[in-house]
Design a protein around this ligand. Sequence first.
Ligand code: ATP
Length: 303
Amino acid sequence: MTNNVIEVHQITKHYGLVRAVDGLDLAVESGQVFGLIGHNGAGKSTLFRMMLGLVPATSGEIRIDGWPVRGEEFRRIRRHLGYLPENVVFYDNLSGLETLAFFARLKGVDHGECGPLLERVGLSDAANRRVKGYSKGMRQRLGFAQALLGKPRLLFLDEPTTGLDPEGIREFYRILREMKNEGATIILTSHILSEIQERVDRLAIMKTGKIQAIGTVQSLREEMALPLWFELRLADGAEAELRRVVAALDGAEVNVDGERITVHCQRESKMAVVQALAALDGRVIDVHIREPSLEDVFLGYSG
Ligand code: ATP
């Protein structure tokens, strides 16, 4: 018995000669925040639309909660899905509240959810203003509120933080954490890798319609075997001593760029570097250990 909410098996989507998704397998476990990253045109949105049953696959199978997408039973499952598309389109002449009420009717959700949801996404002051006058970030917030209607157990969010200000982004991820704590599974795409690297449980890197790599940020880092580095502040005149102890280690080297002194090393040499620095006996005043970012990992896989 698996705990997978989403199971994708050998899924393919062709648009003419374009293989938007090309024989892709994927499983997403219940209760996770799962990130999907990849270049423009990698096939992320197409995969989302197939998982939601909005476009048919050319071949392969997708199951949500064990049920085939586009099957009879999927209509019932669909009520528990929330979707924020990449480009949300609203009727400009409706207010935010009217817009949400409209979507609530479509989804068969109680109208009473609309006010509190607008409050939750920080739009209660603008609830009665026409959407025509909303900023990009306000539209995005309204789209998010729409996706949250009916307390979905599975949320698909396609570039959800586009246009949000820093406070909005933080607030957005706070709401996601709440949803996760309430048992929801969340799958999201983003191009802002620094933003998602601390916030997803697992992620997949997509390239030309295929999954290039999948795992936790840490496991992908380790697979890529990218070096990490120590940023150091040394006592006056300690540089020569540093060079001497580091030279004795395999797979580590000192770099000096003006005031900036770093030691780069492979992961397996990390503890040896720590010990060598400790042995410098107070000549190291401060140290920061820097791990390769998700962006470094992504460029390593997809570059
Ligand atoms: P982005 O990061 O730019 O949003 P993406 O990873 O979401 O990109 P998709 O939008 O899924 O990528 O597009 C994948 C490929 O499929 C692209 O080459 C795109 O041009 C093509 N494609 C997507 N939808 C259609 C369509 N309706 N008709 C024809 N081609 C399409």
